[in-house]
Design a protein around this ligand. Sequence first.
Ligand SMILES: [Zn+2]
Length: 89
Amino acid sequence: MSNVRYLTSRELQNDQGKVTGMIKVLVPKDSNDAKVKYVCPMCLKGEDTTAEWKKPFAVECKFCGHKMKLSKLLAQFKKDKKAALAKGG
Ligand SMILES: [Zn+2]
């Protein structure tokens, strides 16, 4: 997988804080097209799609219009990691 520029997968929470969806983003090297696979946490539908790779990265659910932002997810991840460190593991 050396021809991959960026790869991430995140769990997505609905408005009640439950993990009901996920998003996977893959950006090949020398490409500005992100390959996206998601399951929307709000309507539970999903699809494979392609979106322009830019920051902050966000994909709109084509079924219900819910916006899934990657920057927010990264911030959430950092927060979780910090909390884990505070607990000593
Ligand atoms: Zn949706």
